[in-house]
Design a protein around this ligand. Structure first.
Ligand SMILES: Nc1ncnc2c1ncn2[C@@H]1O[C@H](COP(=O)(O)OP(=O)(O)O)[C@@H](O)[C@H]1O
Ligand SMILES: [Mg+2]
Length: 262
């Protein structure tokens, strides 16, 4: 809600300020900022901005569309289905499965279901956030993330929550997950995950930079969960840690994102 009661998403003068800048550094998360809407608006107004464009942002934000593209390009992703609110369920994903709102983020609306009762509750929770949800095979294993800048992968980072999975609390409460970069996996596994991350970057037509989330089973099978087009960018966020592992400081990283966008 705007204080001035206006209907525009943008507050007074925001677009004027953006228009007078050389470029806008995108540091938004979630709806509008990460799903391509602001990017499309900027494009029509001739405002240069960092990060990916509106088409790829919209595709990457929707976990259902992302899954379809992954399947079409042979990118390993957990087996799963899309469900619409009130729609028929023709296929069933075996338990345990994970239910997520299609357009969610920050693990909001992501639930594990081990039986029918939990499955019903998980769907109810996910449908609170979106009319479409993704149900997929639960992957037991370690979690990783790989940033890609201008099509080239950065080092792999491992995220090990001290408790449970990488939910909202574990993402944003300092010290609740152990992050290791470069991840302690074999050079072959590293190369493979980086290669998949670069494939995802190309398949979703991503530009500038993005960060892909992965899970890896004990036997080394890896699955890409999603692409984040505006990954966390605090100095201690995952992508800045990956950049630091190859000697790129936070300042240099920001500078590089900006100059590449221009
Ligand atoms: N198929 C899966 N198997 C196991 N854990 C999963 C699976 N999908 C998601 N998760 C867990 O839930 C978290 C959030 O899921 P993700 O797809 O990355 O959505 P977002 O980060 O946009 O909320 C992941 O970081 C991971 O810990
Ligand atoms: Mg994620």
């Amino acid at each position: 809600m705007r204080k001035d009661g206006g209907k525009s998403f943008f507050g007074p003068n925001v677009l004027r300020i953006c228009q007078s800048a050389d470029a806008v550094f995108m540091a938004l998360h979630g709806a509008n900022g990460e799903d391509g809407k602001i990017q499309a608006c900027f494009e029509l107004m001739g405002i240069p901005y960092t990060g990916t464009d509106f088409v790829s942002a919209a595709m990457a934000m929707d976990k259902g569309i992302t899954k379809d593209i992954f399947k079409a390009y042979g990118i390993p992703t957990p087996a799963g289905i899309r469900l619409r609110k009130g729609g028929q369920e023709s296929e069933k994903v075996p338990f345990p499965c994970i239910v997520k709102a299609c357009c969610g983020g920050s693990s909001v609306g992501v639930c594990i279901a081990r039986n029918e009762e939990e499955y019903r509750a998980a769907k109810e929770e996910a449908f609170r956030y979106d009319n479409e949800v993704v149900v997929e095979q639960y992957i037991t294993g370690r979690e990783f993330s790989v940033g890609v800048m201008d099509g080239k992968a950065l080092p792999v980072i491992e995220i090990a929550p001290k408790q449970g999975f990488y939910d909202y609390k574990n993402k944003y409460q300092a010290g609740s997950a152990v992050e290791t970069c470069p991840a302690e996996i074999t050079p072959e596994q590293t190369a493979r995950m980086q290669q998949i991350a670069e494939q995802v970057f190309a398949a979703l037509r991503l530009k500038n930079y993005a960060r892909m989330d992965f899970m890896m089973e004990a036997d080394g099978s890896m699955y890409c969960l999603e692409a984040n087009t505006l990954p966390g960018m605090t100095p201690t966020s995952l992508l800045p840690q990956e950049a630091a592992a190859v000697g790129i400081s936070f300042e240099q990283l920001c500078e590089r994102i900006l100059s590449n966008a221009l």
